[in-house]
Ligand binder design. Structure first.
Ligand SMILES: [Zn+2]
Length: 451
């Protein structure tokens, strides 16, 4: 069998920092280049030089545009990586947007993770690769990106290693979607993988039965319309905002909700929506069909995108009822805070929480029914109603991950479980061993395995 080795430089018994080095057929390929997030020494670890020489890497493959998979790309280039960066076209566009936006969070030049010129250099190294297209990385090694069902353009990286008539397939999952998603296609089936490197963010969890989120959204709009309140929806700029816009657009078209002004008050979300609008070929079939008939999937007459600060401030002058979608998704910053400061004290208003809220975030305190919160140092008495659409996640849960691995059980030699908290990663590895009898481990940082 053709030989290969994988080493783990992030995402090892932790969710973030995804970065894996595949050595095969004389080539060195890195999969993902993410930032470490959410731990005490994460900033330090993100800033450390790469533990292997970027100059000696032949190619970088990016599975999808989330910061914990892309955040260190410009740094990788700054440290000497000159090779091609393979990703789908929407991933490339979202990477450009998110890494540009991330620069706003560098406090000063000395603490910056990368310079603008590094980002520009990195963007020039991108080589777009559509789903299913195959590209040769060497005489015996080829790469294919397949839909992973997680976010727009997200993919599995499937490596095929061939020697004579023998073939070995190594699959890096990136993040696996929670099927079905609203806008994007379901994940591909992979029945011929010999080695899996699989995520496990929800590797030991079962998603709660998903409530009808569309119905909850519809009710919330109807209720603020009746009460003349403001509906605040903190949302992530990519994916969630576009899903909401598509759903509201449908409701407006079908006259299921009263006509109320809807604002997308986030420059990043506005730009991300433009990326979504550019790639209908990356939607699921029924949405692509819909987009053919109604080319303005994310636009409707009561919608206003407020990019500038002046436009954003002018939202205050619009009398309720109104709907405001803004970041950040966990109310930890961004323009949503201005609206929360203004309307959380209003008993006619509703805060609709649609995503995961990390411990310690303002979003979590509101979900936990805090009576008083501080925003920009000002105390606010919470009188608005807080509603939560839960059970919603862009990640596959344990059963979905297991189904995925199970599809390839006949050929499977071993499984590496990554991108989960220790309990999730170790738990899922154990489940695979128990159910399939295939060696499965959750590697630790820096571990290297010959295949
Ligand atoms: Zn992701």
């Amino acid at each position: 069998m053709p030989k290969a080795a994988i080493s783990f430089w992030g995402g090892a018994r932790e969710v973030t920092g995804a970065c894996y080095l595949l050595e095969a057929a004389g080539k060195r390929v890195v999969v993902d280049c993410g930032m470490f997030q959410g731990c005490d020494d994460c900033d330090l670890r993100t800033h450390q030089p790469f533990p292997f020489d970027p100059k000696k890497v032949d190619a970088l493959v990016i599975t999808h545009a989330h910061i914990d998979h892309i955040g260190r790309i410009p740094k990788f280039v700054a440290e000497g990586f000159h090779g091609p960066i393979y990703a789908t076209p929407p991933t490339r566009d979202l990477v450009a947007l998110l890494l540009e936006d991330a620069m706003n969070f560098f406090k000063d030049a000395s603490s910056a993770l990368y310079r603008r010129v590094d980002l520009e250099d990195a963007m020039r190294q991108f080589v777009p690769l559509h789903y299913e297209e195959s590209i040769a990385l060497g005489e015996q090694l080829s790469l294919q990106l397949l839909p992973s069902g997680h976010i727009l353009g997200s993919s599995f990286a499937r490596f095929s290693l061939k020697k004579g008539s023998e073939e070995r397939v190594i699959l890096f999952t990136g993040d696996v979607g929670n099927d079905p998603s609203i806008l994007i296609p379901s994940r591909a089936s992979v029945i011929d993988a010999n080695v899996f490197v699989i995520e496990s963010a929800y590797g030991n969890k079962t998603h709660k039965h998903t409530v009808d989120r569309t119905l909850m959204l519809e009710r919330a709009i109807e209720d603020v319309a009746a009460r003349k309140g403001t509906l605040m929806i903190p949302a992530f700029a990519t994916e969630r905002t576009q899903e909401l816009l598509h759903e509201i657009n449908e409701m407006v078209l079908q006259k299921r909700v009263p006509e109320v002004p809807v604002f997308v008050d986030s420059p990043l979300a506005i730009k991300a929506t433009a990326v979504f609008a550019r790639y209908p070929e990356y939607y699921r079939d029924e949405i692509r069909e819909l987009a053919r008939r109604h080319p303005h999937l994310f636009e409707f007459k009561t919608l206003k995108m407020t990019a500038s600060v002046e436009e954003s401030k002018a939202i205050n002058d619009v009398r309720p009822p109104k709907v405001i979608i803004a970041g950040s998704g966990m109310s930890t910053g961004g323009r949503i805070l201005h609206h929360e400061k203004r309307y959380l004290g209003d008993q006619n208003s509703i805060l609709l929480v649609t995503g995961y809220q990390a411990a310690g975030s303002l979003g979590r305190r509101l979900v936990d029914k805090a009576k008083e919160v501080r925003i920009h140092g000002e105390p606010i008495t919470v009188r608005a109603e807080v509603r939560v659409i839960d059970g919603y996640s862009a990640h596959a849960d344990e059963a979905q991950l297991m189904d995925f691995v199970n599809e390839t059980r006949d050929r499977l030699e071993r499984v590496f479980v990554v991108q989960g908290e220790p309990a999730a990663a170790l738990g899922f590895a154990q489940t695979i061993q128990d159910r399939l009898g295939v060696p499965a481990i959750a590697p630790v940082y820096g571990e290297r395995f010959e295949l």
